[in-house]
Design a protein around this ligand. Structure first.
Ligand code: ADP
Ligand code: MG
Length: 379
């Protein structure tokens, strides 16, 4: 924070009027359910983007990222979708606000982030949501939380050009400390679900496998197509409309074994999210563990989106004492989460690192994630 304010002062010659932040996120459970109109449950990381800012009067935005040292400047005419580079995540927020009819003045922004980039922890949504919060405050815009998330998503989808669901921006905007966020991807209904691993004598360990992502876009498109095709065959708007009671019936009406497995993942994963909500609301954090395990098995065997490094990390974490573990995120690499007894996170992560070294994989990263607050002003 001191470095950030010093950097702002050295760039602009005066102090910022405030500092705002927004977090990255990890999805606790509910994978590949979003485009099936289903359920997921992310929580906000302690890792966040911090932005020091002050208004300008010339409809120009000057932005510095301390992560790459670059300073970029853009004005109203530059706000054209498809802009390249990291500044698109900032300019696109100004653009999305304008498209929604909000008048936004220029600003100086200096930002820094400790959300790992490209690890599936949503550094991009953290950046968008932090900038959105700054601009909403500086311009005294009254925008509801879910609408802020939609504007940030519009930046990512239409201005940056990355097709993503609403979960990341909803998590970064709406999460609260000590809670996970139940999110209905059809109605956009949200609910704060108490989630405090520490109070239950547990820790939530995140291990980044540092696996290079390959074939992700093609595989993702194939999974989406399979799900859409299955919903059409079954005559429902989306796979969300198949409940676990109707699963056996639905599977009997599909003859391709691959499509059957895809459907079984989505339907059982939705059910696991609802089950996780019930258990957490009953104060049973340890009750999540078997759901994490089952979610991983379903992603590995039915949706087929895990890779050997991810499976090795999950299996090793379980053997080393994690009570439950799963891959988190879209798959083909990325992070795993493991629920471990308090004080055991380092030991479990060391075991995963040793297994990776032995198998000749690059060293994984790790951290403990306490469910943290969403976007807001912090100074
Ligand atoms: P993820 O959201 O999983 O971290 P993305 O590819 O969606 O991965 O977003 C990462 C991109 O977001 C980076 O390549 C960069 O363009 C931008 N970005 C995120 N945080 C920052 C930052 N602090 N400074 C500059 N660019 C950032
Ligand atoms: Mg992203």
């Amino acid at each position: 924070m001191e470095n950030l304010i010093a950097a702002f002062t050295s760039l602009t010659g005066s102090a910022p009027v405030g500092v705002w932040s927004a977090p990255g996120r990890v999805n606790l459970i509910g994978e590949h359910t979003d485009y099936n109109d289903g359920f997921c449950m992310p929580f906000a990381l302690p890792h966040r983007v911090l932005v020091a800012a002050a208004p300008r009067t010339d409809r120009t935005w000057r932005v510095q990222s301390l992560n790459n040292g670059e300073v970029v400047t853009f004005s109203g005419e530059d706000l054209v979708p498809g802009m390249s580079g990291w500044q698109a995540y900032v300019a696109g927020v100004v653009w999305a606000l304008g498209e929604a009819g909000h008048a936004v003045d220029g600003a100086d922004l200096v930002l820094t982030s400790d959300v790992p980039m490209g690890a599936g922890l949503s550094s991009s949504a953290a950046l968008e949501c932090a900038v959105l919060t700054v601009l909403a405050d500086l311009n005294e815009l009254d925008i509801a939380g879910i609408d802020r998330a939609k504007l940030a998503r519009r930046c990512e989808n239409e201005f940056v050009g990355a097709p993503t669901g609403l979960m990341d921006q909803a998590a970064s905007t709406l999460c609260t400390e000590g809670h996970a966020l139940f999110f209905d991807c059809r109605s956009f209904e949200t609910r704060q679900v108490p989630f405090d691993p520490a109070e239950a004598g547990l820790e939530l360990l995140v291990v980044d496998t540092n696996t290079p992502h390959t074939h992700v876009d093609g595989e993702y498109a194939e999974r989406r197509r399979s799900c859409d095709q299955a919903a059409a065959t079954l005559g429902v708007p989306a796979l969300r409309d198949i409940t676990s009671d109707g699963l056996a019936d639905a599977l009997a009406r599909l003859d391709d074994p691959i499509i059957q497995r895809r459907v079984r993942h989505v339907v059982t994963e939705d059910e696991r999210v609802l089950d996780a909500v019930r258990r957490l609301e009953a104060g049973d954090v340890a009750g999540l563990a078997p759901l994490l395990d089952a979610s991983h098995a379903s992603m590995r065997d039915d949706f087929e989106i895990t890779v050997p490094t991810v499976d090795l990390a999950v299996e090793t974490a379980r053997r080393a004492g994690a009570i439950g573990a799963r891959m988190t995120g879209g798959g083909f690499g990325g992070c795993i989460i493991a629920l471990v007894p308090r004080g055991e996170a380092d030991r479990v992560a060391d075991a995963v690192a040793a297994a990776f070294a032995e198998a000749g994989h690059a060293a994984p990263d790790r951290f403990i994630a306490a469910p943290s607050a969403g976007a807001g002003r912090i100074a």
